[in-house]
Write a protein that binds this ligand. Structure first.
Ligand code: ZN
Length: 176
């Protein structure tokens, strides 16, 4: 090495005079980490799989990835509006927040079916239709009954879903 050329290390050696406590801290962490995450994010916000900081709670990822568009159409006779929902493929593949909505819908349809059965029952010519409606209604009610998640189990599932995080870089999901 030619004389007069000083090689300045990236960080002063720990035993040098320049080494203040903050520099020492940086020294221990190493330069690569200081460059990668200057904000020093807690590990909770970092993807455990790829280490990316581009993570967000699942609920926020779904809300942000779902866009509503309202279209207004005008013709000579009418004015109509339609609103459609767009989701990216990633967002569409994410698990929805657990709920009993599907089970309640089945039970509701079953009750409607039973009411319809009662109406058709008065007509003796429609006995075949009556039996068909009754069977379908009872099946719907049973399906709804068995699809329903018990309240304490459901709140547990919802809590776990609420704590889920998503990595926008590799798509990994984990519980925060
Ligand atoms: Zn990741």
């Amino acid at each position: 090495m030619p004389k007069g050329v000083q090689v300045r290390p990236l960080f002063p050696a720990p035993n040098s005079r320049q080494a203040t406590p903050s520099i020492l801290k940086k020294y221990r962490r190493g330069p690569h980490r200081a460059v990668e995450c200057p904000a020093q994010m807690p590990d909770k916000f970092k993807c455990p799989k790829c280490g990316s900081g581009r993570t967000k709670p699942l609920s926020m990822a779904i809300a942000a990835g779902t866009r509503r568009r309202r279209t207004v159409g005008v013709s000579r006779r009418s004015l109509w509006t339609s609103s459609s929902t767009y989701k990216s493929d990633l967002v569409a593949s994410l698990p929805q927040r657990p709920s009993n909505a599907g089970a309640y819908l089945l039970i509701f349809l079953g009750v409607c079916g039973l009411l319809l059965t009662l109406v058709v029952m008065n007509n003796p010519n429609q006995s075949g239709v009556t039996i068909f409606l009754a069977v379908v209604s009872i099946l719907l009610l049973l399906a709804g009954y068995f699809a329903k998640t018990p309240a304490n189990q459901l709140s547990q599932q919802q809590e776990s879903w609420d704590n889920k995080w998503l990595c926008a870089r590799c798509g990994h999901q984990w519980n925060g």
